[in-house]
Write a protein that binds this ligand. Sequence first.
Ligand SMILES: [Zn+2]
Length: 272
Amino acid sequence: MNILIRLDLEGVTGVVNYAQVEPGSPEYAYGQRMAVNDVNAAIAGCFAGGATRVVVYDMHWLGRNIPLDEFNPAGELICGKPVLSQEFLEQFDALILVGFHGKAGSGTLLAHSYESDTLDIRINGRSVGEIGVEAAIAGELSVPLILVTGDSAGCAEARELMPDVRTVVVKTSLSTQGALCLPTQKTRELIETGAAEAVRNVHQIEPFSMGPMELLEVDLDAPIVINREKLNCTTQARLNGQTLRINTGTIYEAWRTYQDLRMVTDDNSIEP
Ligand SMILES: [Zn+2]
């Protein structure tokens, strides 16, 4: 059984401030240690539950947060945030999210939705954060989300979307930059046990669905520089005020289009 773990850093054990997860910051090494703690426990739990292969995709910042010499040697790590093809994603039997958090605007611990300028993301009119987007993309490819670890608000958001999903709370959100935190030894145990149970019961969870893809909307708090070349060739992507609306094929394709639009070079960028 192949398991994909997507790793973010804001929702890992003990992290309560962006300075702890920002490359270059003096406190960044602490965030890295906490992320290693959580992801290594998740990998161990997956194998204990019957996984035969566990691949981790580091999706925080530039995807270069985990020192491989501290990474659980039973797993494999995708570094540097390459674009993953649908075929690649389809090989997995389940998805686990480690280190996740509440969506932008929720007012909870380190709440955001990918970029700091993003106010809201809606799929078919329904507001989602990173947890919802990742669950929807995987679900569309028939890969169920079986476990979310993170702060209490992120886990509550996951259960609201997917009542059956298992969650492991490593810290209780008290404010945007404050939480009641469990120590690493405790969260290691909780995550390992949670991952083992999730993998063992993988067939109890249906892939998450938001229905056939109709519309992806992203509200931004200011005009952004977008990739003009991509906007021209993607006729269905329209920039209307500060909301990007994309209604291309599938959720996977719409999300790819959105990311392409944000990927700019000096040659083809404009201020809309
Ligand atoms: Zn995040």
